[in-house]
Design a protein around this ligand. Structure first.
Ligand code: AMP
Ligand code: MG
Length: 341
């Protein structure tokens, strides 16, 4: 009996040890999802399931996009926009709407999920003409989160507003992918990058911090530096990807200032926000871009666990400003190394 018990203990100890010794292998996949590129990297010792897990994540990203995007006529969001009131049983969609309202309040309406009409009027991706002033004024009168009335899971839109969650949905989808990895598969070391919205789980291979590139807003495809991070979300909003230039040479980009109805002219060209959630970093990056570097920095310093890097050009010289916890040094290749204290 004693021998049997000792054997069981020995076998259990062996299993425990072999589990510990199980080597974490890196798996990665890139593809398209959410109207952009999606890259997933994770570390696991479960080689048999890695491919299946990847398949599942890419399917989940498409599925969430189909529920949240106003670009999809069949989405729950599109249904809400057209019917004006809807019982929303979809937890993620309802949560995203509620979170948007919170973030709109926190940012004093700079991030505004009710800008659908204005965004459609500008239609930056397909248009290259500046809309008329009257049309802009008209669309500005149909916005504001006061028009979103939520009672349980019943959502009603007032004041003829419609929702566009383009500045937060990608972040939310990435958070859901991360949740799936952690809760269902117990994978804690991962990176999910959806078109520049990045969630970092744990560390690279469980060992060292992740190194994330910060894009150079003035040179396509180049980077301005690298930032070392662990277990957080980092999102950049910039004016250098989606825009058109009019005949006078003025640039009109996709981040609309809800005060003016025009693309934000805060002088900032790129804002990177780091926080503990991708949806929050996503919405805040948009809001801080509009606030500009001075007000944006003051705002970020006041928020708990929220860091930001602003890139601007003053007299043709690049200026980088960041919250106090972010330290930076210039390396031999004239790129910045950022670290978080
Ligand atoms: P992002 O790339 O995260 O900065 O989000 C930009 C997208 O969010 C745009 O393409 C619009 O769909 C939407 N958007 C633009 N301006 C705002 C704003 N002030 N508040 C909320 N969403 C916005
Ligand atoms: Mg955003």
């Amino acid at each position: 009996m004693l021998i049997k018990r000792a054997l069981i203990v020995a076998v259990a100890a062996f299993l425990l040890l072999s589990c510990r010794a199980g080597e974490l292998k890196r798996y990665n996949r890139s593809g398209s999802a959410m109207g952009t590129s999606l890259t997933v990297i994770f570390f696991t010792d479960d080689s048999k399931r890695a491919n299946e897990i990847m398949d599942e994540l890419f399917i989940l990203a498409d599925d969430l996009e189909n529920r949240l995007s106003t670009k999809k006529a069949e989405s729950i969001l599109s249904e809400l926009n057209s019917k004006r009131e809807l019982v929303i049983k979809d937890k993620v969609v309802l949560e995203t709407i509620k979170e948007s309202i919170e973030l709109a309040k926190v940012t004093d309406g700079r991030f505004d999920p009710s800008l659908y009409h204005l965004i459609k009027l500008w239609d930056i991706e397909n248009n290259s003409a500046v809309p008329g002033e009257e049309a802009i004024k008209d669309r500005l009168s149909h916005r504001g989160v006061e028009g979103i009335i939520i009672d349980g899971n019943h959502v009603r839109l007032e004041n003829n507003i419609k929702l566009d969650l383009g500045a937060i949905a990608k972040g939310k989808i990435i958070d859901e992918l991360a949740r799936r990895l952690q809760e269902r598969y117990h994978i804690d070391n991962f990176l999910i990058n959806g078109g520049g919205d990045i969630r970092l789980g744990g560390r690279y291979g469980g060992l060292r911090k992740w190194k994330v590139a910060v894009a150079d807003p003035y040179n396509n495809g180049e980077i301005i530096g690298l930032i070392e991070l662990e277990n957080c979300s980092i999102v950049t909003s910039g004016n250098y990807e989606r825009y058109f230039i009019d005949e006078k040479g003025d640039r009109y980009h996709h981040i609309i200032d809800p005060e003016t109805g025009y693309p934000s002219q805060s002088g900032v060209d790129s804002v990177t926000v780091i926080s503990d959630s991708t949806s929050r970093s996503d919405a805040l990056a948009t809001a801080l871009f509009i606030m500009g570097s001075e007000a944006g920095l003051a705002f970020a310093e006041k928020q708990k666990d929220t860091e930001a890097i602003f890139i601007t050009k003053v007299d043709n010289k690049i200026e980088i400003k960041q919250t106090e916890r972010i330290k930076s040094t210039l390396n031999n290749e004239k790129k910045w190394n950022f670290t978080l204290e």
